[in-house]
Design a protein around this ligand. Structure first.
Ligand SMILES: NC(=O)c1ccc[n+]([C@@H]2O[C@H](COP(=O)([O-])OP(=O)(O)OC[C@H]3O[C@@H](n4cnc5c(N)ncnc54)[C@H](OP(=O)(O)O)[C@@H]3O)[C@@H](O)[C@H]2O)c1
Length: 327
């Protein structure tokens, strides 16, 4: 099916099923859960019986408001929900958050969902902001937290889940920066003059890099021994605050006509966090394991994944030496 036909099918014909998996006795973290898909996924997880849902938000006040809202709509007890500070534009914040996670008695699910889309070139840490937030910090968080998920899986003889919210838009990323000389892909993404011409697809590129990371992390963390299911999901185009920086009348009308309700898209996140080991290393849009296309395909895709990973690995090791050994 062409990208356009798949879009029409997704937005108008297919509806992801209502989640029914039990999260009883499970401890779950959802990043970026003060609004949008993260908030609705958290609400589902509470409804499905999770004993502890940690809302990881950069703004504690917004996180508290989200917790109140979930409590009011689900009648869960106040101690089901906790709000923890996490700012993905700061590596120190990601590390402090992961250190806090180590002290939890168990961790069954991390839904790494926080993300942004912007047309403005801004720098946070050592990258353009979309790359820091969606790619480097998401990968850093995943590598830091995977050992806790493995510990829980082995202790309770179960599978735990690390699910990243990707996007169907990865498939249309042209990713011209891939033509950079060896070792220069991230440097090219961080070149302001070159990036300003390509910011229209920066979000798509960030989601492509997330998919490469999921495939790489899954290969480095075998399911048979580690028992942590690593996968990524895509929710379709949904109502949320994601387009907040591109707000215009045209966008608002398009969203009104085309977008899925946030709660419906959020079902795909919950599915990713409960689907079986067959989803390890896989892309699971609309609750269906689907082979990836675009620039991930074939030998060329594997080669590009290797180049991206080598650069990302070096970045992660510079932030926290040893982190990619997943120990
Ligand atoms: N909506 C869609 O159509 C769609 C489609 C495919 C994929 N996605 C993906 O779904 C995920 C959730 O997006 P959404 O659509 O629900 O948009 P949203 O309503 O804007 O939610 C994004 C969440 O990420 C948080 N976030 C952004 N930057 C952060 C940072 N530096 N540190 C911590 N948290 C940060 C936001 O916090 P603040 O409120 O504090 O900014 C918010 O909680 C994203 O990864 C997005 O790429 C969305």
């Amino acid at each position: 099916m062409s990208f356009f036909a798949a879009f029409i099918h997704r937005q108008f014909i297919y509806e992801p099923p209502v989640p029914t998996a039990s999260f009883k006795n499970r401890t779950v973290i959802v990043t970026g859960s003060n609004c949008g898909l993260g908030l609705e996924a958290s609400r589902w997880l509470v409804r499905l019986g999770a004993s502890q849902v940690i809302l990881a938000c950069r703004n504690i006040e917004k996180g508290n408001a989200a917790a109140k809202d979930i409590q009011a709509t689900t009648s869960c007890s106040a101690d089901t929900l906790q709000v923890w500070q996490l700012d993905m534009s700061s590596y120190a914040s990601v590390i402090a958050f992961a250190d806090r996670v180590k002290a939890l008695p168990r961790l069954d699910v991390l839904i790494a969902n926080a993300g942004l889309g912007t047309l403005q070139f801004r720098v946070t840490e050592d990258n353009e902001e979309t790359i820091t937030t969606n790619v480097v910090s998401t990968s850093l968080l995943a590598c830091l937290i995977l050992p806790k998920l493995r510990e829980t899986a082995l202790k309770y003889n179960t599978n735990t889940h690390l699910t990243i919210t990707a996007s169907e838009l990865y498939e249309v990323a042209k990713f011209k920066e891939r033509k950079a000389p060896t070792g220069q892909i991230f440097a090219t993404l961080n070149d302001k003059a070159k990036s300003e011409k390509n910011m229209g697809e920066r979000y798509h590129v960030s989601k492509l890099l997330e998919i490469f990371f999921v495939k790489q992390l899954a290969a480095m963390s075998p399911i048979d021994s580690n028992k942590v299911i690593v996968n990524c999901v895509a929710p379709g185009w949904c109502h949320s605050n994601l387009a907040r920086e591109a707000d215009s009348r045209a966008i608002r009308i398009a969203m009104k006509l085309l977008c899925r309700p946030t709660e419906v898209g959020a079902r795909t996140l919950v599915h990713g966090a409960s689907v079986g080991p067959e989803s390890h290393g896989q892309y699971v849009p609309d609750c269906k394991i689907t082979p990836t296309g675009g620039l991930t395909k074939g030998e060329k895709g594997a080669e590009l994944q290797g180049r991206v990973w080598e650069e990302l690995r070096q970045k992660l090791e510079a932030i926290r030496p040893g982190v990619t050994s997943l120990a």
